[in-house]
Write a protein that binds this ligand. Structure first.
Ligand code: S3P
Length: 176
C-alpha cells in the first residue's frame, strides 16, 4: 500500500514519513527530493528557471510516473495536492493522510525559508498572512484526504495507530 502524506509547508511531512516508514519497515520516498535528484536543480533553482507552472507540471509528472514499490510512504510537496488531478490520483492509488496544522504553528516551524521559493522573502508577519490566505485556498484539496490528523505534537506511534485503524475499517477518520 502507498501512503501519501500531504499538508502545508512545515507541517512535518518529511519527518513523519521517515518515522512512519521506520515503524512499518518500508521505504520512504520524498517527491521534492526526487525532483531535485532527477532535474539536477534545487527546488529554488527549478522555480527560478521554469517558474511555478513549470514546477507544477514536473511535480505532477513525477507523482504519476515514479516507480513506487508496492508498500511505501510518500512525502509530497505542500502544493502538490492542489494542482491538476493530483489529489484524485493519490486517492485512487493509495491512502492519503493530511497532516493538519494552524497558521501560527506553521510560522514557528518555518525558520529556514531560503529553500522554499514561495516564502523565502517574507518576514514572520507577512508569512502568517500568506499562510492564512493560502491555507484557506488549499484546504478544499487537503480535506479530500482519506485521513485527517492534527499534526501538532503528533507522535509517529499515534499516526501509525490511526493509519492501521483506518486500513482495518476503511472509513474516513478525523482526529484532534
Ligand atoms: C511548496 C512546498 C514545497 C515545495 C515547493 C512548493 C508549496 O515542499 O514543493 O517549494 O507550494 O507549498 P514542502 O511542503 O516539503 O516544503
Amino acid at each position: 500500500m502507498k501512503i501519501f502524506l500531504i499538508g502545508y509547508m512545515g507541517c512535518g511531512k518529511s519527518t513523519k514519513a521517515k518515522q512512519l516508514a521506520h515503524r512499518l519497515n518500508c521505504p520512504v520516498i520524498d517527491l521534492d527530493a526526487e525532483i531535485v535528484k532527477q532535474s539536477g536543480k534545487s527546488i529554488a533553482a527549478f522555480f527560478e528557471a521554469f517558474g511555478e507552472s513549470g514546477f507544477r507540471d514536473y511535480e505532477s509528472n513525477m507523482l504519476k510516473t515514479y516507480p513506487y514499490p508496492e508498500h511505501c510512504i510518500v512525502a509530497t510537496g505542500g502544493g502538490l495536492p492542489c494542482f491538476f488531478d493530483n489529489m484524485e490520483w493519490m486517492n485512487e492509488n493509495g491512502v492519503t493522510i493530511y497532516l493538519q496544522m494552524e497558521p501560527g504553528q506553521l510560522v514557528s516551524r518555518l525558520h529556514n525559508r531560503q529553500k522554499r521559493p514561495l516564502i523565502k522573502d517574507l518576514n514572520d508577519e507577512e508569512l502568517l498572512e500568506f499562510i492564512k490566505v493560502k491555507l484557506e485556498e488549499r484546504t478544499v484539496f487537503y480535506k479530500k484526504a482519506r485521513l485527517i490528523v492534527n499534526a501538532f505534537d503528533l507522535d509517529a506511534e499515534h499516526l501509525e495507530k490511526m493509519l492501521l485503524n483506518f486500513t482495518q475499517n476503511s472509513t474516513p477518520q478525523t482526529s484532534d
